[in-house]
Design a binder for this molecule. Structure first.
Ligand SMILES: Cc1cc2nc3c(=O)[nH]c(=O)nc-3n(C[C@H](O)[C@H](O)[C@H](O)COP(=O)(O)OP(=O)(O)OC[C@H]3O[C@@H](n4cnc5c(N)ncnc54)[C@H](O)[C@@H]3O)c2cc1C
Length: 393
């Protein structure tokens, strides 16, 4: 039970907004500069149930539906993208996937501890030589009696440097892909923190190396051989929904920074917002922020209602909002002039955080392909009569 058990979804989102303003936004610059999320902040997120916001209450969650969970993600993401990333990984990528494919024993053991931030996880798919072509993972497993033995390396894994366990995607010699829950303390597991990141500097990114790591059969997540089709696809779909909101959130935060600065800075005896070219950037930014948010809301409603095209709408939202965030933050830096190029203002951090969103949970080019395939199926007009009728209408 947590502090929110009796609150409505709207109250929870409003409390998250206030909490983010009070406890997260003031730390955002420091988290980026220091390259770590403070343990005290992670603990507070756990106490408030935010790391399990969309899970059922029986596993320690707040029971928010996808729309309310998206709105909560937006509030955290506006204040600090690194903090929002913790929700993306713990709540969406891992928790929602474990809820669907975990055994009852796995769920009862891991989820309540994750909800309280007593255990953190990481989702280990990408490798040094395998990114977009994720089905080609080179990390291997082989069965020996009742155990599986894992070997290989993962790269770019958010929170791997501090996680207590990893969901590891590996392939056997026949190319069958399976997911395993691997505890950090298992012999043969080693992590190496990765510095020098453009954005997401506070998400404890690391490489993970597996050297003859023994894992019991009980640690298989989902079915043997179902690692990609079920576990990875589901995890990335949930992750994309979270990233879609992350893009909308960064764009909205950047818009506020842009407008505030344009109204306060003067050149040529005028406030910047009086210049038509500056107004043009503000007009575009407002439009993109509204469009990004609308797409996220519609994806959330479709997910809540179990709509057939919910996954596609989520992909479209992720693609659009990450692009919008890059464009809006780019203009925010521009309107800040020299001040946009320095860490005293949030503009440069928002710009760096936005760019990362076009790469994680599937790059923009991969999203474009998926969206195009969907469009090629959905928008083909099969009957000539239907085309004409449609045009006349
Ligand atoms: C900050 C950050 C956090 C991350 N966190 C995690 C994590 O927690 N877990 C995890 O598993 N991974 C994580 N990743 C890895 C991320 O998922 C990959 O970087 C991403 O999938 C892209 O893979 P890649 O970097 O190997 O690029 P590549 O796949 O090598 O792609 C390079 C470029 O080629 C383009 N490209 C590739 N294939 C095609 C194609 N068929 N058609 C057109 N263009 C193509 C891409 O769009 C891209 O522009 C993280 C990465 C970053 C930067």
């Amino acid at each position: 039970m947590n502090a929110h058990t009796c609150s409505s979804a709207a109250q929870i989102v409003e409390e998250a907004r206030q909490f983010a303003a009070r406890e997260i936004r003031p730390l955002a610059g420091k988290i980026d500069a220091n390259g770590e999320l403070p343990r005290s902040l992670i603990a507070k997120l756990g106490e408030r149930g935010y790391l399990a916001a969309s899970w059922p209450e029986e596993y320690g969650g707040l029971g928010l539906d996808p729309v309310a969970y998206g709105l909560l993600t937006e509030q955290i993401g506006k204040a600090c993208s690194n903090t929002r990333a913790l929700l993306t990984v713990q709540t969406s990528l891992l928790g929602e996937t474990m809820l669907r494919f975990g055994t009852e024993a796995q769920k009862r053991f891991w989820l309540p501890q994750m909800a309280r931030a007593e255990k953190l996880g990481a989702f280990a798919l990408s490798e040094p030589h395998v990114g977009s072509d994720a089905k080609s993972v080179q990390t291997t497993y082989r069965k020996e009696g009742a155990r599986y033995i894992l070997n290989g390396s993962k790269k770019w894994i958010s929170f791997a440097a501090i996680a207590d366990f990893f969901v590891v995607i590996a392939a056997d010699s026949a190319g069958q892909i399976t997911s395993f829950l691997v505890e950090r303390e298992r012999e043969g597991v080693r992590t190496i923190p990765m510095g020098g990141m453009l954005g997401n500097r506070g998400v404890h990114i690391a490489e993970i190396h597996f050297d003859e790591v023994e894992v019991p059969a009980d640690n298989v997540l989902g079915n043997v051989g179902g690692g990609f089709t079920y576990v990875v696809s589901t995890a990335l779909d949930h992750g994309r929904y979270s990233i879609a909101w992350a893009g909308a959130a960064i764009a909205a935060e950047a818009l506020e920074a842009m407008v505030t600065y344009a109204r306060s800075r003067s050149q040529f005896g005028e406030k910047l917002h009086h210049f038509q070219l500056v107004k043009g950037m503000i007009g575009d930014a407002v439009t993109k922020v509204h469009a990004a948010r609308s797409l996220c809301l519609s994806a959330g409603e479709m997910r809540r209602d179990g709509a057939e095209d919910a996954i596609h709408q989520t992909t479209i939202a992720k693609y659009f909002t990450s692009k919008a965030a890059v464009e809006v933050t780019n203009d925010t830096v521009q309107i800040h002039g020299g001040n946009g190029c320095r860490s005293g203002y949030p503009a440069e951090r928002l710009f760096r955080e936005a760019k990362v969103l076009e790469i994680i949970e599937g790059t923009s080019q991969i999203q474009q392909q998926v969206i195009a395939q969907y469009g090629l199926r959905k928008y083909v007009v099969k009957k000539q009569g239907a085309v004409q009728a449609g045009r006349e209408a």
